[in-house]
Ligand binder design. Structure first.
Ligand SMILES: Nc1ncnc2c1ncn2[C@@H]1O[C@H](COP(=O)(O)OP(=O)(O)OP(=O)(O)O)[C@@H](O)[C@H]1O
Length: 457
């Protein structure tokens, strides 16, 4: 029987989920804070943790990282309020399987849990964080926008070659999907596609996940292990969030790229591998090179070809096209027959910011299909935050403007910037890397702004 641990400080949610999942045949335990969850997990392995993002003692990201250190194969689903979706998306990058938003609908969580557990039971553990192989039923859809069509041309052009590729784009724009499409169209298609998220790799596991280890290489290395390069031999290795590799692992990676050989942790012999490397990042790797955080030689090796994915908000025709695709997909998954969206919903979709890009759109559509009672999805099926986005949170412009005096636009902009930085610093508990990421600037720019606005952290 598959085991689930629910972690939520709201007792009602624990009770609801326990009752619901037990009826569906799962063994369910519940705890109300992070500390209890961690001590439970150290003694009792579980297949899936369903965890509230805001626990009294830990943030979702902190607990996620700790769970992954205890057992990298435990799947984690994050429960979040819609206004925290951007942070939940962060959690996906750090290895969570998926997120569900409040209010909770048991059918929706069940579907997500089934996908997470299904992914876990595949021969090579699935979903990101630790190495994953392609999941079935992942249809690659080509959008209608000129940007999507250009991407498709690039994929067709580059796939048959053995060149390394860098894929750039915000979270959820489909970088992994593009990497898979390149693999599927290449002469390596019959060989494995292995994906690993370098951002989700605990430091202490990274080298062994990438290059493998020999038995006895370190405490806990009870058997020899193949790393991702060996697993992907003959095929394609997708390294997501490449900018997060430590300097030491960057050197090892350079060696593989130059010599096509790896050395396992604790090993002495060189092992020949034949792997095409495709990498992705949503940070500016060029700037990381300039600031000395990422090695220039690797950057040039990898940058044989570059594909840049535009954010979804920059291609409104794709919003509608993908919304319809996700509607069909959700109908199938949920056994529903919803026919489409009303005009107002489509207008809202076209003007919304889509922080989480296609991933967020897919989740919003799935939930609205679940809630839809008629033939068309109307605004009552959408989360309130989509209908009336809280722009003050987004751009920090919640200050009253005094029109009795002349207004300097520059001063208003600077005040908004300062507030946005302060707000995000608060949310990330002063973590500058995360703050820069959420504000979509590089760390250098953030530091300049901190000193410009005299913000002490
Ligand atoms: N071309 C596509 N066709 C169909 N669905 C897509 C496509 N691209 C993206 N998606 C949807 O968007 C989700 C996110 O895609 P993907 O994981 O490739 O994004 P990503 O850019 O790698 O995200 P992250 O940076 O967070 O790792 C997918 O699970 C899928 O539902």
């Amino acid at each position: 029987m598959e085991k689930i641990l629910v972690v939520d400080d709201e007792q009602d949610i624990c009770t609801l989920l326990k009752r619901y999942f037990s009826k569906k045949g799962y063994e369910v335990e519940t705890v109300t804070n992070g500390e209890l969850a961690l001590s439970f997990l150290k003694k009792n392995p579980v297949d899936l943790v369903i965890c509230d993002f805001k626990l009294p003692d830990y943030s979702g990201l902190e607990i996620l990282q700790k769970i992954k250190i205890i057992n990298p194969k435990t799947q984690v689903i994050i429960i979040t309020g819609y206004s925290d979706v951007r942070i939940a998306v962060e959690a996906l990058k750090k290895g969570a399987f998926d997120y569900v938003t409040k209010p909770l609908y048991p059918d929706e969580i069940l579907l997500t849990a089934q996908r997470a557990l299904g992914a876990k039971s595949q021969p090579t553990p699935a979903k990101k964080g630790i190495a994953t192989t392609s999941q079935p039923n992942q249809e690659y859809v080509i959008g209608l926008s000129p940007q999507s069509k250009a991407i498709q041309k690039h994929i067709d052009l580059i796939a048959p070659t053995d060149m390394s590729v860098i894929i750039l784009g915000e979270t959820g724009t489909g970088k992994e999907y593009v990497a898979k499409a390149i693999h599927a169209k290449s002469k390596r298609a019959a060989q494995p596609f292995v994906a690993i998220d370098c951002g989700a790799l605990p430091q202490e596991l990274a080298a062994s996940e990438l290059f493998g280890h020999e038995k006895g290489a370190f405490t806990g290395a009870i058997a020899e292990k193949k790393g991702c390069f060996e697993q992907a031999n003959g095929g394609t290795l997708f390294l997501d969030e490449i900018g997060n590799l430590t300097y030491e692992n960057q050197i090892k990676l350079l060696r593989v790229l130059q010599e096509q050989t790896i050395k396992k942790v604790g090993g002495v012999k060189d092992i020949k591998v034949d792997v095409r490397v495709v990498v992705a990042t949503n940070e500016n790797l060029k700037q990381a090179v300039e600031s000395g955080e990422f090695r220039e030689d690797i950057y040039h090796r990898l940058n044989e070809f570059r594909i840049e994915l535009s954010p979804l908000r920059a291609r409104p025709v794709d919003v509608v096209y993908f919304a319809k695709y996700f509607l069909q997909q959700s109908n199938q998954q949920l056994g529903k027959t919803v026919e489409g969206f009303d005009e107002q919903v489509l207008e809202i979709f076209k003007s919304y910011y889509w922080y989480g890009n296609l991933r967020e759109l897919g989740n919003v559509v799935k939930r609205s299909v679940l809630l839809c009672q008629g033939k068309l999805i109307n605004t009552s099926c959408l989360p309130a935050e989509i209908i009336e986005p809280d722009l003050t949170v987004d751009i920090g412009l919640d200050m009253p403007i005094d029109v009795s005096k002349p207004i300097s636009l520059k001063a208003v902009t600077q005040e908004a910037e300062k507030r946005a930085i302060l707000e995000v610093l608060k949310q990330t508990k002063n973590n500058k890397t995360k703050t820069a990421e959420l504000l979509d600037v590089d760390r250098k720019t953030l530091y300049n702004k901190l000193s410009q606005y005299d913000i002490q952290t």
